[in-house]
Each structure stands twice: as C-alpha cells, then as structure tokens.
Design a protein. Structure first.
Length: 120
C-alpha cells in the first residue's frame, strides 16, 4: 500500500472516530466514599456496589443517581455529568463528523471522579 493511501485511510479513520471516543472510552471510573468512612451498599444504574470502592460506569450523558437504604447516610447522591476534556480537543483540532460521533455515542460526557456520600 502506498504512503498516500495509508495517510488517507488514517485520516478517514480519525475523522470518523471522535477524540473522546478514542481517548476516554465509553465508561468512566468513579471513586465512591462516605463522609464518615463507614462501608455501605449503594445502587447505581440498577446494580449494587459496596462503598468505599472505585467502579467503572457507562457514559450516558445523564447524571448518575446513587441511592442507599442506610439510615445513617443520605438516601440519594448524584455524580454529575460534564463534558469530557477530550471532546474539546475534538472540536478544535478534528472535524464536525468526529464531534457528532462523540455526541451520538455519549462519549463526550464524563462524571465527577470522586463522589462522597454524606453520612453521619
């Protein structure tokens, strides 16, 4: 394959894949802790997790609602969504098509890295 063809294929692949998709993937790691340091069980996206712990969550573009049945802790805590920094690299350096890919796949979003559940 000639050099021009290799460059063309690589360029097309870059334009059709979003920067946030390439560099941050479709999930985000969130460190969950409690303000008191006590261990509790929480539910996120319908699945149960033990806190403290660090878990990967699928990016959806919506805040992650963290719930617990513990009487000593807040019943709901939110991991807020925000735009992933790699998305801005995509907007500035790459193409509108790759930006659309990031938006359509949900990979333009990320979440708070550290979430503390308020406990007494």
């Amino acid at each position: 394959m000639s050099f021009k063809k290799v460059v063309a294929v690589m360029g097309a692949a870059t334009l059709m894949t979003g920067c946030a998709t390439l560099f941050s993937g479709d999930s985000t790691q969130i460190n969950l802790t409690t303000s008191s340091g006590q261990p509790i069980d929480v539910v996120v996206d319908g699945a149960q997790y033990s806190v403290p712990g660090s878990y990967n969550f699928k990016k959806t573009g919506e805040d992650k609602l963290i719930t617990t049945a513990s009487d000593a802790c807040a019943s709901q805590t939110t991991a807020e969504t925000r735009i992933d920094g790699w998305f801005w690299v995509d907007v500035i350096l790459l193409s509108p098509l790759s930006t659309i890919v990031d938006a359509a796949t949900g990979n333009m979003w990320t979440y708070d890295e550290n979430v503390v559940i308020d406990c007494q």
